[in-house]
Design a protein around this ligand. Structure first.
Ligand code: HEC
Ligand code: HEC
Ligand code: HEC
Ligand code: HEC
Ligand code: HEC
Ligand code: HEC
Length: 451
């Protein structure tokens, strides 16, 4: 049903897009030459954190901006503005100054783009068509695979029953017809229950095979579920706000550390407070897929009244559900892995830029990220998973970089490495693969990970 709906809406969307593109073509003829595709990339990388093409955000809607500049100032100033808005404000240009005042004197940061790139960006902006209809993607395609596979079992089982039933019925009708032909008496008065029983008896071969198959299918489902005990993979709880990593970290390109800002300094990565959200959401009060509904929850939590644009002082922290959760007896430290170990988030958390709310990635998800040097075989977050990586990761001269770079310096491990190299004979075992792994330095000792 979902597939059908999205198919129809896709069709509808592309039709509508084609129609609007055709219409807008006539208006766009006088626009500067620019490459829409290149413009989209540039826009998303440089401007999307503050601008929408079609509506106001931290900065004004960019559609028609070139015309506004030509009308109120000069086209030359338009280019200068994008590169360094404050220089145009300081030059005394009246349009620039009125813009700056109108937008609460918030400074548009200088943009490292040239004239051609600005043309590309505005080719994209003018070409941009507001999405006609969005399919709600609140729980993402990946989250439902497990349910889907269970569904398939049920569908198969139901189909099997129908086939058995149909064959049985056909046989029943045939034998009835045969009996009637032979002049035998047909007992049409038997109750439904009796009917079923006598039918089952007459077709005991089929019923036996069917029951056996159903039992097998149920057993397989049970086994698959049992194997998941103690494994957190694919855990994706429902969250109080339909937040999306795909939108924020992917499309808007916000750095993971902007929100999870303790990750380089402490044991915990931490979930951002609503203050972090409010840096942008004071002005962004509407989203493309959920309108004002979800963002209103941020306002409620932060105690922000969007009507009067002021804090009320009544806050109500968001109760995010913890997704990754190691048992209390395990010690894991983010800064040690991210900062000292130089490991990218994707190595352990997969491609979060494609997720809505967070999920514990499966081994396959992690291995699917091309840049990930370590390929896992053990389920994510299990002890075997940690050990597997400690066996493969080198802590080499350049501190402990997982990529095995050999840049020399006098880090903690660098010094150890130099000492080992001086006495190669004694440490042959460790050095034979030309790499010192975390495991070889004690990363498999129980006490390192267990309190
Ligand atoms: C940090 C936020 C920020 C970023 C990033 C940003 N802008 Fe702006 N932009 C603003 C603000 C705010 C204004 C409103 C004027 C002001 O307050 O300085 C503005 C105004 C403008 C205007 C004038 C609009 C009009 O109606 O005349 C243009 C054109 C513009 N920006 C283009 C761009 C382009 C192109 C990029 C990307 C290359 C970009 N901006 C990136 C914040 C930003
Ligand atoms: C070496 C693997 C590894 C790397 C690299 C890693 N994480 Fe984690 N992350 C974990 C584990 C394991 C947990 C569960 C910790 C726990 O339950 O105590 C976790 C938990 C989290 C949490 C939940 C909050 C918390 O601190 O428990 C967030 C948020 C998070 N990671 C974000 C990040 C970000 C952002 C990066 C990249 C800058 C990153 N992680 C890099 C393994 C990793
Ligand atoms: C750097 C700016 C920025 C920060 C920080 C930020 N957001 Fe957003 N967010 C946006 C923008 C821009 C949009 C609108 C994008 C769109 O829908 O096109 C948005 C949209 C949303 C939406 C609506 C999505 C939709 O499509 O309907 C939700 C919900 C949301 N953000 C939640 C959060 C939460 C929760 C936080 C804090 C953890 C947060 N945001 C932090 C910029 C930000
Ligand atoms: C705009 C803010 C924002 C950005 C940027 C962001 N996150 Fe998150 N992240 C959140 C919020 C809010 C949650 C809590 C909701 C959830 O679980 O999805 C979260 C949850 C997580 C979790 C699970 C935490 C737990 O409970 O175990 C991980 C892991 C994570 N983020 C990793 C990343 C990575 C990796 C990136 C960069 C690719 C990133 N995040 C970028 C806001 C952000
Ligand atoms: C992606 C690879 C990777 C994974 C997965 C990983 N680690 Fe590590 N771990 C490293 C690296 C690399 C270092 C060395 C960092 C350094 O130079 O201090 C390290 C170091 C450590 C240390 C310090 C060891 C010492 O000798 O001081 C502890 C403790 C640790 N990890 C715990 C864990 C736990 C617990 C898990 C699983 C929940 C885990 N690690 C998963 C790569 C990983
Ligand atoms: C690199 C980190 C690391 C090292 C080294 C390590 N463990 Fe663990 N251990 C873990 C993690 C993570 C878990 C939690 C796994 C889970 O909950 O599925 C765990 C769980 C356990 C459990 C609980 C069993 C369970 O399934 O919950 C025991 C017992 C245990 N470890 C014993 C040891 C012993 C003994 C050693 C030393 C020989 C050791 N561990 C070394 C990371 C480590």
């Amino acid at each position: 049903m979902k597939i059908l709906k999205s198919f129809i809406s896709q069709r509808f969307k592309s039709l509508a897009l084609a129609a609007i593109a055709l219409l807008s073509f006539t208006y766009n003829i006088h626009a500067q030459e620019g490459d829409v595709a290149a413009g989209e990339v540039l826009f998303k990388a440089n401007c999307a954190s503050c601008h929408f093409p079609h509506k106001d955000m931290t900065g004004p809607a960019l559609k028609g901006a070139r015309e506004r500049w030509i009308e109120n100032s000069t086209e030359e100033n338009f280019y200068s503005w994008v590169k360094n808005s404050q220089s145009v404000v300081k030059s005394g240009d009246s349009y620039a100054n009125s813009l700056f005042a109108e937008w609460g004197k918030s400074v548009m940061t200088p943009q490292a783009v040239n004239d051609q790139q600005i043309d590309d960006i505005f080719a994209y902006v003018e070409d941009f068509v507001e999405p006609v209809e969005e399919v709600l993607v609140s729980d993402g395609p990946t989250g439902s695979t497990q349910e889907e596979s269970t569904m398939i079992y049920w569908i198969l089982a139901t189909l099997l029953l129908i086939v058995i039933g149909a064959v049985g019925m056909a046989r029943g009708n045939l034998s009835k017809a045969l009996k009637a032909q032979n002049g035998e008496v047909i007992n049409d008065n038997e109750t439904w229950g009796q009917g079923v029983r006598s039918w089952a008896w007459a077709n005991r071969g089929w019923v036996g095979v069917g029951t056996l198959l159903i039992v097998i299918v149920l057993l397989v489902i049970g086994m698959l579920d049992l194997m998941k005990i103690g494994v957190f993979e694919d855990y994706k709880p429902e969250q109080p706000i339909a937040y999306s990593h795909e939108l924020h970290a992917g499309d808007l390109g916000i750095d993971c550390k902007y929100c999870h800002n303790a990750v380089t300094k402490s044991k915990h990565a931490t979930i951002p407070t609503t203050n972090v959200c409010m840096n942008c959401h004071k002005t962004v009060n509407e989203g493309t897929t959920t309108g004002t509904e979800e963002i209103a929850k941020i306002y409620e939590a932060a105690g922000w009244d969007p009507e009067v644009k002021a804090y009320t002082g009544v806050t109500k922290p968001v109760k995010w559900v913890k997704v990754h959760n190691l048992p209390d007896h395990v010690y894991f430290n983010h800064s040690q892995h991210v900062e000292v170990g130089g490991i990218d988030c994707a190595q352990c958390h997969g491609d979060m830029k494609k997720e809505t709310v967070a999920r514990v990635m499966t081994t396959e998800d992690l291995n699917a990220v091309e840049e990930n040097k370590i390929k896992f075989t053990r389920p994510t977050l299990t002890m075997g998973w940690c050990i597997e990586c400690h066996r493969q990761s080198s802590v080499d001269v350049a501190g402990s970089h997982i990529d095995g770079s050999t840049e020399e310096n006098d880090t903690y491990y660098g010094v150890i490495h130099q000492r080992l190299l001086k006495d190669k004979k004694t440490y042959q075992g460790i050095l034979e693969d030309d790499m010192i792994t975390v495991a070889e330095l004690g990363g498999l000792e129980c006490a390192k990970c267990h309190y």
